[in-house]
Design a protein around this ligand. Structure first.
Ligand code: HEM
Ligand SMILES: *[C@@H]1O[C@H](CO)[C@@H](O)[C@H](O)[C@H]1NC(C)=O
Ligand SMILES: *[C@@H]1O[C@H](CO)[C@@H](O)[C@H](O)[C@H]1NC(C)=O
Ligand SMILES: *[C@@H]1O[C@H](CO)[C@@H](O)[C@H](O)[C@H]1NC(C)=O
Length: 423
């Protein structure tokens, strides 16, 4: 053999050795999310965790967590770095099913960490130092000192969570405390502690799942439901696009004949608003941005509901004073009527702000704007017709009817008489 050939063979053998080298790592391939995760627990007495996570960058983030529920588990969130060439790995904690916040744990990133310009795959190959048992490495921050062990030492398998964030365009940041959104999918698997303990790190994990098991033998990726947010959005769309205009029509035109009708539709309207607000308040707690109820959408929403409550009470007061034959109080009815119109406009606008806050697609926002505009275009002729009808019938009103009107006035009949549809 020529010396050069000998070198080539030697080289090949060493390379082959590298490829065949078994690493002591648990790896999992999640085909639905095109994700590979590898975990290795070095046996050097360090309490480090070597991790490897590779996911497509169409997700806002890819995250792993050590535990079976979000609360008090160490979570590593991975997202593209600001220059879009590498990834940011942010260690985080939370105390419930809410957006986790960054905690200063030491993370080292190794070779192989990148955002591939060809495949768009974001890959983190790193070590979380002293992360296996966070209490003994307790830091100044109480929140970390009180966490449970990420990987307990007295068990054979340990649960690891996985979650991916929604597609959010080209999200990228170097900020370890960057705001993230709720996941679109999540899963849990168990790593085999003995088989993932050893030297050599995670190696180069491939799409082979090994040394992992699944709770209830269910290896599927779960779609994260977001029922509260969907209910909140749909209920408010129904309120602003159907119930509010219907109640306004009833109040303006049918109130004279059947004054109690507006009491019924108005109360339904108010109950719907309260019912739609409750899931909104529940989901507000989930994200740091919304937990303090300070965003424009939340402030306008709460103000609108407060004004609506006042207007409901106001409406009953107007009915009371008139029913008791008190002063007609035209200005009081005007306040109620204009308050009602203002509430409707505020609801229409606030739905738009809500769609913006939840980063809905342009198409959905446009669809909403078209629907909202359509409701106005649809209602204008109806208002006009009804105004014409009611004012045409007016001269025929008999004295008896007028008497009846005086006893059971509607809080809106003022508009019906003086031309609600005229503006
Ligand atoms: C803004 C950030 C986050 C929010 C608001 C959030 C919210 C929630 C909520 C409400 C649930 C209950 C189940 C559901 O309704 O689908 C849940 C479950 C879950 N989350 Fe998160 N999450 C966030 C981030 C993360 C991250 C970064 C991970 C990382 C692994 C994660 C892992 C999980 C897992 C595995 C479950 C299912 C297990 C369980 O129900 O406890 N979450 N999350
Ligand atoms: C990940 O890092 C380890 C430790 O530095 C290294 O041995 C391994 O080759 C890296 N994996 C990849 C895929 O680059
Ligand atoms: C670590 O990997 C080596 C090489 O495959 C293997 O011989 C050894 O048994 C493994 N150790 C454990 C604890 O699984
Ligand atoms: C894993 O990767 C290999 C080589 O790239 C490919 O042939 C194989 O089909 C993949 N397996 C799965 C389950 O995707």
């Amino acid at each position: 053999m020529a010396p050069s050939t000998r070198w080539l063979v030697l080289c090949l053998i060493t390379q082959l050795h590298l490829i065949l080298a078994q690493t002591n790592a648990s790896t999992i391939f999640i085909p639905e999310a095109n994700t590979i995760i590898g975990i290795n627990l070095p046996d050097d007495g360090s309490n480090d965790i070597n991790f490897y996570v590779s996911s497509p960058d169409w997700y806002q983030y890819s995250a792993i967590g050590f535990g079976s529920s979000m609360a008090n588990s160490l979570i590593l969130v991975i997202y593209p770095s600001a220059d879009h060439r590498s990834v940011t790995v942010s260690p985080r904690f939370t105390d419930g099913n809410t957006e986790p916040t960054h905690q200063p744990l030491k993370i080292t990133l190794h070779s192989g960490t990148e955002l591939s310009p060809t495949t768009g795959q974001m890959t983190a190959n790193g070590t979380c130092h002293g992360c296996r048992n966070l209490h003994t490495t307790s830091r100044d921050s109480n929140s970390i000192a009180s966490q449970k062990d990420a990987i307990p030492s007295d068990v054979q398998t340990a649960p690891v969570m996985f979650a991916v964030g929604p597609n959010s365009g080209a999200f990228s940041s170097d900020d370890l405390d960057a705001r993230i959104r709720r996941h679109v999918a999540h899963g849990i698997f168990n790593i085999d502690i003995a088989k993932s303990t050893g030297p050599g790190g995670v190696g180069t994990p491939t799409n082979v799942t090994q040394h992992v098991s699944f709770p209830d033998d269910d290896s599927s990726l779960k779609k994260s439901s977001n029922k509260a947010a969907t209910a909140h959005g749909i209920l408010f769309a129904i309120v602003a696009l159907a119930i509010a205009p219907f109640d306004t029509l009833v109040a303006a035109f049918l109130g004279r004949r059947w004054p109690k009708l507006h009491v019924v539709t108005g109360s339904t309207y108010f109950l719907f608003v309260l019912g739609a607000m409750i899931p909104g308040i529940v989901i507000s707690r989930e994200h740091i941005l919304t937990a303090k109820m300070g965003t424009g959408h939340q402030v306008l929403g709460l103000l609108t509901v407060a004004v609506m409550f006042v207007m409901v009470v106001w409406g009953f007061v107007v009915r009371r004073t008139q029913g008791a034959g008190g002063p007609a109080g035209g200005w009081m009815k005007q306040v109620h009527a204009w308050g009602g119109r203002g509430i409707w406009v505020a609801l229409l606008i606030n739905n738009g702000l809500g769609l913006k806050l939840s980063e809905q697609t342009k198409l959905l926002m446009l669809g909403y704007a078209v629907l909202a505009g359509g409701v106005f275009v649809f209602l204008i002729p109806i208002y006009f017709c009804m105004w014409r009808c009611t004012s045409a019938r007016k001269p025929k009103t008999t004295i008896e009817e007028d008497h009846e009107l005086y006893n059971m006035p509607s809080i809106y009949d003022h508009e019906a008489r003086y031309g609600y549809g005229r503006q």
